[in-house]
Ligand binder design. Structure first.
Ligand SMILES: Nc1ncnc2c1ncn2[C@@H]1O[C@H](COP(=O)(O)OP(=O)(O)OP(=O)(O)O)[C@@H](O)[C@H]1O
Length: 237
Protein backbone atom coordinates (compact mmCIF):
# COMPACT_ATOMS: atom_id res chain seq x y z
CA UNK A 1 0.00 0.00 0.00
CA UNK A 2 1.04 3.60 -0.50
CA UNK A 3 1.46 5.76 2.60
CA UNK A 4 1.04 8.87 0.45
CA UNK A 5 -0.49 9.21 -2.98
CA UNK A 6 -0.82 12.43 -4.97
CA UNK A 7 -2.85 12.30 -8.18
CA UNK A 8 -2.76 15.18 -10.67
CA UNK A 9 -2.15 17.70 -7.91
CA UNK A 10 -1.87 21.35 -8.82
CA UNK A 11 -1.50 24.42 -6.64
CA UNK A 12 -1.68 28.04 -7.72
CA UNK A 13 -1.06 31.15 -5.69
CA UNK A 14 -2.79 33.71 -7.87
CA UNK A 15 -0.80 33.76 -11.11
CA UNK A 16 1.97 31.57 -9.70
CA UNK A 17 1.62 27.90 -10.54
CA UNK A 18 3.61 26.31 -7.72
CA UNK A 19 2.55 22.72 -8.62
CA UNK A 20 1.51 21.59 -12.08
CA UNK A 21 -0.16 18.19 -12.40
CA UNK A 22 2.05 16.33 -9.93
CA UNK A 23 1.39 12.61 -9.39
CA UNK A 24 3.49 10.72 -6.88
CA UNK A 25 3.19 7.53 -4.84
CA UNK A 26 5.21 6.81 -1.72
CA UNK A 27 4.99 3.10 -0.83
CA UNK A 28 4.87 2.20 2.85
CA UNK A 29 8.27 1.60 4.38
CA UNK A 30 10.21 3.61 1.82
CA UNK A 31 12.40 6.70 1.99
CA UNK A 32 11.78 9.37 -0.67
CA UNK A 33 13.91 12.47 -1.22
CA UNK A 34 12.51 15.55 -2.96
CA UNK A 35 15.08 17.80 -4.63
CA UNK A 36 15.03 20.74 -7.02
CA UNK A 37 16.12 24.34 -7.39
CA UNK A 38 14.80 27.06 -5.12
CA UNK A 39 11.20 27.89 -6.01
CA UNK A 40 10.61 24.60 -7.86
CA UNK A 41 7.73 23.65 -5.58
CA UNK A 42 9.26 21.28 -3.01
CA UNK A 43 7.75 22.96 0.05
CA UNK A 44 4.40 23.36 -1.68
CA UNK A 45 4.43 19.65 -2.55
CA UNK A 46 5.20 18.72 1.04
CA UNK A 47 2.60 21.08 2.49
CA UNK A 48 -0.08 19.72 0.16
CA UNK A 49 0.94 16.11 0.91
CA UNK A 50 0.82 16.78 4.66
CA UNK A 51 -2.58 18.50 4.63
CA UNK A 52 -1.02 21.83 5.67
CA UNK A 53 -2.06 23.44 2.40
CA UNK A 54 -5.02 22.74 0.10
CA UNK A 55 -4.31 21.90 -3.54
CA UNK A 56 -6.12 23.82 -6.25
CA UNK A 57 -6.74 20.55 -8.09
CA UNK A 58 -6.14 16.81 -7.78
CA UNK A 59 -6.28 14.44 -4.83
CA UNK A 60 -4.02 13.67 -1.88
CA UNK A 61 -4.45 10.38 -0.03
CA UNK A 62 -2.52 9.80 3.20
CA UNK A 63 -2.79 6.51 5.06
CA UNK A 64 -5.85 5.65 2.98
CA UNK A 65 -7.69 8.93 3.71
CA UNK A 66 -8.53 11.38 0.93
CA UNK A 67 -7.49 14.62 2.65
CA UNK A 68 -9.67 16.80 0.42
CA UNK A 69 -12.78 14.98 1.63
CA UNK A 70 -12.03 15.43 5.33
CA UNK A 71 -13.48 18.28 7.36
CA UNK A 72 -11.03 20.58 9.16
CA UNK A 73 -11.23 18.63 12.46
CA UNK A 74 -10.56 15.27 10.84
CA UNK A 75 -7.69 16.77 8.87
CA UNK A 76 -6.17 18.18 12.06
CA UNK A 77 -6.50 14.75 13.70
CA UNK A 78 -4.90 13.03 10.71
CA UNK A 79 -1.96 15.45 10.85
CA UNK A 80 -1.61 15.01 14.61
CA UNK A 81 -1.98 11.22 14.75
CA UNK A 82 -0.80 9.87 11.40
CA UNK A 83 1.86 12.33 10.23
CA UNK A 84 5.19 13.22 11.86
CA UNK A 85 7.16 16.38 11.10
CA UNK A 86 10.88 17.11 11.32
CA UNK A 87 12.05 20.67 10.63
CA UNK A 88 15.41 22.23 9.85
CA UNK A 89 15.29 24.28 13.08
CA UNK A 90 14.25 21.27 15.26
CA UNK A 91 11.29 23.23 16.73
CA UNK A 92 11.60 21.75 20.22
CA UNK A 93 9.88 23.59 23.09
CA UNK A 94 12.73 25.25 25.06
CA UNK A 95 11.02 25.10 28.47
CA UNK A 96 10.26 21.36 28.28
CA UNK A 97 12.59 18.47 29.04
CA UNK A 98 13.57 16.23 26.16
CA UNK A 99 11.20 13.53 27.38
CA UNK A 100 8.29 15.99 27.54
CA UNK A 101 9.17 17.26 24.06
CA UNK A 102 9.26 13.74 22.64
CA UNK A 103 5.92 12.76 24.20
CA UNK A 104 4.17 16.08 23.43
CA UNK A 105 2.29 14.78 20.34
CA UNK A 106 0.77 12.02 22.50
CA UNK A 107 -0.34 14.48 25.17
CA UNK A 108 -1.89 16.70 22.49
CA UNK A 109 -3.79 13.65 21.22
CA UNK A 110 -4.82 12.63 24.76
CA UNK A 111 -3.00 9.33 24.38
CA UNK A 112 -0.78 7.56 26.91
CA UNK A 113 2.73 6.66 25.74
CA UNK A 114 3.38 3.05 24.81
CA UNK A 115 6.23 2.56 27.30
CA UNK A 116 7.97 -0.21 25.34
CA UNK A 117 7.89 1.79 22.09
CA UNK A 118 9.05 4.97 23.84
CA UNK A 119 12.01 3.15 25.44
CA UNK A 120 12.97 1.55 22.16
CA UNK A 121 12.70 4.82 20.26
CA UNK A 122 14.66 6.87 22.79
CA UNK A 123 17.38 4.20 22.89
CA UNK A 124 17.45 4.04 19.09
CA UNK A 125 18.01 7.79 18.77
CA UNK A 126 20.72 7.56 21.47
CA UNK A 127 19.12 9.89 24.02
CA UNK A 128 18.24 7.58 26.93
CA UNK A 129 20.61 9.42 29.29
CA UNK A 130 19.54 12.92 28.24
CA UNK A 131 15.80 12.78 28.83
CA UNK A 132 15.72 15.23 31.74
CA UNK A 133 17.78 17.85 29.87
CA UNK A 134 16.34 20.95 28.20
CA UNK A 135 16.94 21.35 24.45
CA UNK A 136 19.43 24.23 24.99
CA UNK A 137 21.70 21.80 26.87
CA UNK A 138 22.05 19.56 23.82
CA UNK A 139 23.99 19.73 20.57
CA UNK A 140 22.18 20.43 17.30
CA UNK A 141 22.52 16.79 16.30
CA UNK A 142 21.04 15.62 19.61
CA UNK A 143 18.17 18.11 19.28
CA UNK A 144 17.40 16.86 15.79
CA UNK A 145 17.48 13.26 17.01
CA UNK A 146 14.98 14.25 19.73
CA UNK A 147 12.82 15.88 17.05
CA UNK A 148 12.94 12.64 15.07
CA UNK A 149 11.86 10.66 18.15
CA UNK A 150 9.01 13.16 18.63
CA UNK A 151 7.96 12.68 15.01
CA UNK A 152 7.88 8.90 15.44
CA UNK A 153 6.30 8.66 18.88
CA UNK A 154 2.75 8.33 17.52
CA UNK A 155 3.92 5.67 15.01
CA UNK A 156 2.75 7.82 12.11
CA UNK A 157 2.00 6.56 8.61
CA UNK A 158 4.57 9.00 7.23
CA UNK A 159 7.24 11.41 8.48
CA UNK A 160 7.83 14.58 6.46
CA UNK A 161 11.31 16.02 7.00
CA UNK A 162 11.99 19.53 5.67
CA UNK A 163 15.76 20.08 5.27
CA UNK A 164 16.44 18.02 8.42
CA UNK A 165 20.22 18.39 8.10
CA UNK A 166 20.23 22.00 6.91
CA UNK A 167 21.45 23.39 10.25
CA UNK A 168 23.88 20.59 11.15
CA UNK A 169 27.63 20.10 10.75
CA UNK A 170 28.73 17.29 8.45
CA UNK A 171 29.16 14.68 11.14
CA UNK A 172 25.81 15.34 12.85
CA UNK A 173 24.13 15.46 9.45
CA UNK A 174 25.61 12.07 8.61
CA UNK A 175 24.30 10.65 11.91
CA UNK A 176 20.82 12.09 11.42
CA UNK A 177 20.60 10.73 7.87
CA UNK A 178 21.84 7.33 9.01
CA UNK A 179 19.19 7.37 11.71
CA UNK A 180 16.38 8.25 9.29
CA UNK A 181 17.49 5.50 6.93
CA UNK A 182 17.70 2.97 9.80
CA UNK A 183 14.21 3.87 10.98
CA UNK A 184 12.93 3.11 7.50
CA UNK A 185 14.84 -0.17 7.31
CA UNK A 186 14.19 -1.35 10.90
CA UNK A 187 10.68 -0.06 11.61
CA UNK A 188 9.35 0.25 8.04
CA UNK A 189 8.77 3.92 8.75
CA UNK A 190 7.85 5.87 5.61
CA UNK A 191 9.90 9.07 5.25
CA UNK A 192 9.60 11.93 2.75
CA UNK A 193 12.52 14.36 2.96
CA UNK A 194 12.98 17.69 1.19
CA UNK A 195 16.65 18.52 0.81
CA UNK A 196 19.06 20.64 -1.20
CA UNK A 197 21.91 18.27 -0.42
CA UNK A 198 22.60 15.53 -3.01
CA UNK A 199 24.56 13.53 -0.41
CA UNK A 200 21.50 13.57 1.87
CA UNK A 201 19.14 12.58 -0.95
CA UNK A 202 21.47 9.70 -1.84
CA UNK A 203 20.49 8.01 1.45
CA UNK A 204 16.89 7.67 0.20
CA UNK A 205 15.46 4.72 -1.76
CA UNK A 206 14.25 7.06 -4.44
CA UNK A 207 14.65 10.74 -5.32
CA UNK A 208 12.32 12.94 -7.32
CA UNK A 209 13.66 16.13 -8.86
CA UNK A 210 11.32 19.08 -9.31
CA UNK A 211 11.53 22.08 -11.63
CA UNK A 212 8.89 24.76 -12.29
CA UNK A 213 6.25 22.94 -10.25
CA UNK A 214 6.68 19.60 -12.01
CA UNK A 215 8.47 16.35 -11.24
CA UNK A 216 11.06 16.21 -14.01
CA UNK A 217 13.03 13.17 -12.86
CA UNK A 218 12.54 10.07 -10.76
CA UNK A 219 15.78 8.39 -9.72
CA UNK A 220 15.65 4.97 -8.04
CA UNK A 221 18.71 4.35 -5.85
CA UNK A 222 20.10 7.82 -6.53
CA UNK A 223 23.79 8.62 -6.15
CA UNK A 224 25.01 11.99 -4.93
CA UNK A 225 26.96 12.46 -8.16
CA UNK A 226 23.91 11.82 -10.39
CA UNK A 227 21.77 14.17 -8.34
CA UNK A 228 24.38 16.91 -8.24
CA UNK A 229 24.81 16.68 -12.02
CA UNK A 230 21.04 16.84 -12.56
CA UNK A 231 20.69 19.90 -10.33
CA UNK A 232 23.50 21.66 -12.16
CA UNK A 233 21.72 21.20 -15.51
CA UNK A 234 18.45 22.49 -14.02
CA UNK A 235 20.18 25.48 -12.44
CA UNK A 236 21.80 26.29 -15.78
CA UNK A 237 18.54 26.51 -17.69
N1 LIG B 1 2.12 31.32 0.21
C1 LIG B 1 2.56 31.62 -1.01
N2 LIG B 1 2.06 32.69 -1.70
C2 LIG B 1 2.49 32.99 -2.94
N3 LIG B 1 3.43 32.29 -3.62
C3 LIG B 1 3.96 31.23 -2.99
C4 LIG B 1 3.57 30.84 -1.67
N4 LIG B 1 4.28 29.73 -1.31
C5 LIG B 1 5.08 29.45 -2.38
N5 LIG B 1 4.90 30.35 -3.37
C6 LIG B 1 5.57 30.34 -4.69
O1 LIG B 1 5.42 29.04 -5.24
C7 LIG B 1 6.61 28.63 -5.90
C8 LIG B 1 7.15 27.36 -5.27
O2 LIG B 1 7.59 27.64 -3.95
P1 LIG B 1 8.15 26.56 -2.94
O3 LIG B 1 8.36 27.24 -1.61
O4 LIG B 1 7.27 25.38 -2.95
O5 LIG B 1 9.57 26.18 -3.59
P2 LIG B 1 10.77 25.35 -2.97
O6 LIG B 1 11.24 24.43 -4.03
O7 LIG B 1 10.38 24.76 -1.67
O8 LIG B 1 11.88 26.48 -2.74
P3 LIG B 1 13.07 26.58 -1.64
O9 LIG B 1 14.04 25.50 -2.02
O10 LIG B 1 13.63 27.95 -1.89
O11 LIG B 1 12.45 26.41 -0.29
C9 LIG B 1 7.57 29.82 -5.81
O12 LIG B 1 7.44 30.59 -6.98
C10 LIG B 1 7.06 30.58 -4.58
O13 LIG B 1 7.38 31.95 -4.68
Amino acid sequence: MNAVELTHVSKSYGEIRALRDVSLSVPEGTFLAVMGPSGSGKSTLMHCAAGLDTPTGGTVVVDGADIGRLDENSRTELRRDRIGFVFQAYNLVPSLSLLDNITLPLRLAGRAPDAAWLDKLVARVGLSDRLEHRPAELSGGQQQRAAIARALVTRPAVVFADEPTGALDLRSAHEVLGLLRDLVDEFRQTVVMVTHDPAAAARAHQAVVMADGRIVDVLPRPTAADLAARLVTLGAR
